[in-house]
Design a protein around this ligand. Structure first.
Ligand code: BES
Ligand code: MN
Ligand code: ZN
Length: 496
């Protein structure tokens, strides 16, 4: 989809559909009034007939217009004017776009972007609108033999109040378009089933990024080399699988050659059965999403390259399947990690931390400025935070602030959980340096503490995206999070 910002008045703007707002108690916005006057009172007539009243998210499509340059008018309810906020703005924009997707309109211009939002400036308002538009046209039907009808909407405009806002909106739309591409890649990879999206497929996708962008170099480390590196924890997870593991390394160079990179480390379990500590059958299909951390790293690399940010970033993705078999790791097995520390694997279903600990150790060879790992790590994080916030754990308070702020800017929220030594105590083992699981209570945090044992001395943060990376139920599918948060974090770092 193409995005643009316009400062033309609603009556003059040529488009297949003009989106204007109506507040509760039938108060037209300024732009709705303009269109109403220019079009023989078509909007007020509809209100008088009781066809729309301004309730948040309600819509009315006027298919024939008179004396105005737009072919359709979509009136959308904005709710109470006093309470109009970011959430209401997004709800109304989404409702309008959902309605338009059922029409033949190939272009639309939203005037909702001219309503005042306390929380957002013109740049942010445009970003939010573009994200909603992209959401409304996303379909994953590559594996259906009968494709759904393709959405017609190809060009989406946001209206600016003045020239200054128009410039700010253009820059918002440029950032949004790059992020949308990364989100789409992450969603597609997440949605592909485990028999398609194998470790080899992720490696191919990473090589593809290097083909598309000169700024990205991809290296894929194979099993023999993983063995030479001494990644005993990573190897223990792949031990039961027939599908070969890979360590994918993507280097983006946009900064000075001597500048330390930011490392993004993503969990790439393409299917998590639990291994010998096997999971129960219910909803196990959703464990194809256990590579969404990896997908978010690939998506962020794509967005970053599109934006040509002046930074160095390295994306590191350990990827394999977690399967039970005669060669699988047994509970109680003890392995030596790349760091030299030994781990007693009490539960083979706590595999994410095992592949990540070796990847985090590997990241040290880049002497990274900052390291962020992203992982669908624990069911406990879903219990703690639900599906709206990703869990953030770090010992570095400045880094926490940066990531939380980036999440707010990108509307891809995170929430910080504590990460104190108290929670690490339960990882005690009688036989190895420590165990891979602690007590059940607080287990999102003890998982964070496990990773913390491998990141001493680094500026490091851990994002647990088990609740935010995909949706279950009727809307089952990957969300592409936290590509928005991560890309925003990099945009902000690049501007420092
Ligand atoms: N991939 C899962 C985490 C998960 C489970 C995410 C359900 C979303 C929904 C992870 O590998 C896992 O199995 N974690 C275990 C850890 C436990 C054995 C300490 C969990 O959360 O139950
Ligand atoms: Mn698991
Ligand atoms: Zn897992």
């Amino acid at each position: 989809m193409d995005f643009f910002a316009t400062s033309a008045t609603a009556a003059r703007q040529r488009t297949d559909c003009a989106i204007v707002g109506l507040y509760q108690t039938k108060r037209l916005t300024e732009d709705a009034t303009t269109l109403d006057k220019a079009s023989d009172k078509q909007i007020s007539a509809a209100i008088a007939k009781g066809d729309i009243d301004g309730k948040l998210g309600s819509t009315l499509l006027i298919g024939h217009t008179h004396h105005v340059a737009c072919k359709r008018i979509l009136v959308v309810g904005l709710g109470s004017k006093k309470e109009f906020n970011e959430r209401a703005y997004r709800t109304a924009t989404a409702a309008a776009l959902a309605k338009i997707s059922g029409t033949g309109a190939a272009s639309a211009v939203s005037y909702l972007s001219r309503e005042t939002l306390k929380e957002r400036d013109a740049y942010g308002v445009a970003r939010l609108a573009a994200a909603e538009a992209a959401l409304s046209v996303y379909r994953f039907d590559e594996l259906k033999s009968e494709k759904a009808k393709k959405p017609k909407l190809k060009r989406f405009g946001v209206a600016a109040a003045n020239r200054n806002d128009q410039t700010a909106m253009q820059s918002g739309l440029k950032d949004a378009a790059a992020i949308i591409d990364g989100v789409k890649l992450a969603r597609d990879l997440g949605n592909r089933p485990a028999n398609v999206c194998t470790p080899g497929h992720l490696a191919d996708q990473a090589r593809d990024l290097a083909k598309r962008f000169k700024s990205i170099k991809t290296k894929v480390v194979n099993r023999a080399e993983i063995e030479r590196l001494g990644m005993g924890a990573f190897l223990s997870v792949t031990a039961g699988a027939a599908e070969p593991p890979h360590l994918i390394v993507m280097e983006y160079s946009g900064g000075a050659t001597d500048e330390s990179p930011i490392a993004l480390v993503g969990k790439g379990i393409t299917f998590d059965t639990g291994g010998i500590s096997i999971k129960s059958a219910s909803a196990m299909d959703e464990m194809k999403f256990d590579m969404c951390g990896a997908a978010s790293v690939l998506g962020t690399m794509l967005s970053l390259a599109r934006l040509r940010l002046p930074l160095n970033v390295v994306g590191i993705v350990p990827t394999c399947e977690n399967m039970p078999s005669g060669t699988a790791t047994r509970p109680g097995d003890i392995v030596t990690t790349m760091s030299g520390k030994t781990v007693e694997i009490l539960n083979t279903d706590a595999e994410g931390r095992l592949i990540l600990c070796d990847a985090l150790t590997y990241s040290r060879k880049y002497d990274p400025e900052t390291v962020i790992d992203i992982a669908t790590l624990t069911g406990a994080c879903v219990i703690a935070l639900g599906h709206f916030h990703s869990g953030l754990m770090t010992r570095d308070n400045d880094l926490a602030e940066e990531l939380l702020t980036a999440g707010r800017t990108a509307a891809d929220l995170a929430w910080q959980l504590p990460l104190t030594e108290d929670y690490a105590k339960t990882l005690k083992s009688n036989f190895a340096d420590f165990a891979n699981v602690g007590s059940k209570s607080g287990s999102a945090i003890s998982a964070g503490c496990f990773l913390g044992k491998f990141t001493e001395g680094l500026s490091w943060a851990h994002l647990d995206i088990a609740g935010s990376a995909w949706k279950s139920g009727k809307a089952k599918g990957a969300t592409g999070r936290p590509v928005g948060l991560l890309t925003q974090f990099l945009i902000d770092r690049a501007r420092l």
